[in-house]
Design a binder for this molecule. Structure first.
Ligand code: XMP
Length: 323
């Protein structure tokens, strides 16, 4: 019979046998899949695993700390954090086109990650032969069900790893669906915020700012996003919503009246959706009082935002993200 306990036990044994006395590397994205994969491998081989987290400065409020502190506390994993915020900001300077942003973020990510790999490989210790990936069963099916030696998708989830990796892959979640991965994560003692996390795109808030990405705009969007998430959680709606992008229309201004004067600020878009697999989606019919609280708080608490709008478009025709 299928139990999370059996899955963990089986994988731990198999991973130990496979890795022997060599070492493995795992990239953490902040998402569920890489976190559970890493925790599982950590359980199997302990300090023979090193995780790498590239902080691109495009995460939401508290997410980097969640990886750096909570994940490490829960697993005891050896973690190398690379603070690359300034590098990403520099690379994104002056860029507004969404695909261009994705390309730049993907490219910089690979460079920073490879550099970190090189540093880990260069330190004393056994050879680094393995790379851990949080590939799930649906990813395996989608990519033709191969053995997973070199078939690395260049979009969504996979974090932009190069295709000519000379590592052998460890993919402990290859037979699992998302809900099973969450159960395994829970059993491994990972924090609720990581295990139940909703989907979040690899390029992060970089594709939730319509316009150029700057530090100031990121901070503003982080504040607005944190308020929306806080209120949705407080209202008990997290399980009903697939995800809720919060988008800053940085290139749009509208007139408002705040305090004792006229303002000329930016709109924030709320994009709560319900979905099964992100291929299609419908806009979530959120309670008006929850929307009202989010709107009031964002316009009161976030400087330069004087309007909150709700996206009521299904997918298709609209995508979930705005970029
Ligand atoms: P769209 O906007 O295409 O999004 O309806 C579908 C799902 O994919 C996520 N998404 C991304 N994930 N890199 C990612 O890792 C990306 O560039 C990217 N773009 C969209 C989106 O959040 C949604 O869950």
């Amino acid at each position: 019979t299928w139990t999370t306990g059996n899955v963990i036990e089986e994988q731990v044994t198999a991973i130990r046998e496979l890795v022997g006395d060599k070492r493995a590397i795992c990239g953490l994205s902040g998402g569920v899949d890489s976190a559970v994969a890493a925790a599982l491998v950590q359980k199997a081989i302990g300090s023979q695993l090193t995780c790498v987290y590239v902080d691109h400065g495009l995460m939401r409020k508290g997410e980097t700390e969640q990886v750096e502190k909570d994940f490490v506390a829960a697993t005891g994993v050896q973690l190398k954090v690379v603070d690359a915020e300034q590098r990403f900001l520099d690379a994104l300077k002056g860029v507004s086109d969404p695909e261009e942003k994705r390309k730049i973020i993907g490219r910089e990510f690979i460079r920073v990650f490879e550099q970190a790999q090189v540093e880990i490989i260069a330190d004393a210790g056994p050879a680094v032969e393995f790379l851990v990936q949080g590939t799930l069963y649906p990813d395996v099916v989608e990519s033709g069900g191969g053995t997973g030696t070199a078939n690395i998708k260049s979009h969504h989830n996979v974090g932009g790893l190069p295709e000519d990796l000379e590592f052998r892959l460890i993919e402990p979640l290859r037979q699992l669906f998302k809900d099973e991965v969450r159960m395994v994560g829970q059993e491994l003692g990972l924090p609720e915020e990581i295990v139940q996390r909703q989907p979040f795109p690899g390029p992060g808030l970089g594709i939730r700012i319509v316009g150029e990405v700057t530090k100031e705009r990121l901070d503003l969007l982080r504040d607005a996003d944190a308020i929306a998430r806080e209120e949705l959680t407080a209202a008990g709606l997290d399980r009903d919503i697939w995800q809720c992008p919060v988008v800053l229309l940085a290139d749009v201004r509208s007139v408002g009246v705040q305090g004792d004067g006229r303002t000329y600020g930016h709109p924030i878009v709320l994009r709560p959706v319900s979905s099964e697999d992100a291929m299609t989606a419908d806009w979530s019919r959120l309670p008006y009082d929850v929307l009202a609280r989010i709107s009031t708080r964002i316009t009161n608490e976030v400087r330069d935002v004087n309007r909150v709008v709700l996206d009521v478009t299904s997918k298709p025709p609209g995508t979930i993200e705005w970029e």
